[in-house]
Design a binder for this molecule. Structure first.
Ligand SMILES: [Cu+2]
Length: 191
């Protein structure tokens, strides 16, 4: 935006404000104030045209449901632990704000969510087991691990924020609490 356009926009704001407040305090002589007010305008008035330039934010809620399968229930309706979605779609390069709600009730239903490179979730989970509880069962492996949430105890909710990869592709997600990776996993599609 060139200076003239900026100034024109600011003047319009001044006129609008003056009409409402009967204020004569608008002055174009103060560039700092001008810039500040333009920023506010951009968010409130001009949000649609600005959105293209902003990093998109994507909010995702995932629940962990079910407990351990008891032997007598295996034939009937299994209620083993799992994420309520096995596929997540995110926009490439977006800020992902993920909420993980642990709806399990048994003591061993401690969960997290760890995003890994495609096909690496089991490796990461097994490496996480060795790290143990002090390290939240997440290996310090920035090559295979993209992002990891804290652990959520039964009934707890935890949050994780990360930037999705810029290139479209597939990633895995998995719970790295010991032995949970067999049932608790899914795929993140970056579009
Ligand atoms: Cu788990």
């Amino acid at each position: 935006m060139n200076f003239l356009a900026k100034k024109a926009g600011y003047t319009t704001t001044c006129l609008a404000l003056s009409a409402v407040l009967l204020s004569t305090g608008c002055s174009s002589d103060n560039p700092t104030q001008n810039a500040g007010e333009r920023t506010k305008d951009s968010v409130v008035v001009d949000s649609k045209s600005k959105q293209k330039n902003m990093q998109p934010v994507q909010e995702i809620t995932l629940r962990t449901v079910g407990d351990e399968v008891k032997e007598e229930e295996e034939e009937g309706k299994p209620r083993h632990k799992h994420y309520d979605q096995d596929t997540i779609e995110v926009k490439a390069g977006s800020v992902v704000k993920l909420t993980l709600i642990n709806e399990g009730s048994e003591q061993s239903m401690i969960h997290n969510i760890v995003f890994t490179r495609a096909g690496k979730s089991t490796q990461v989970a097994l490496a996480g087991e060795k790290i143990g509880a002090p390290g939240n069962f997440v290996p310090a492996d920035t090559v295979r691990v993209l992002a990891a949430s804290p652990l959520a105890l039964p009934g707890q909710t935890v949050h994780l924020e990360f930037t999705a990869p810029k290139e479209p592709g597939f990633f895995d997600f998995v719970c790295t609490y010991p032995q949970h990776y067999k049932e608790m996993k899914g795929v993140m599609v970056v579009k």
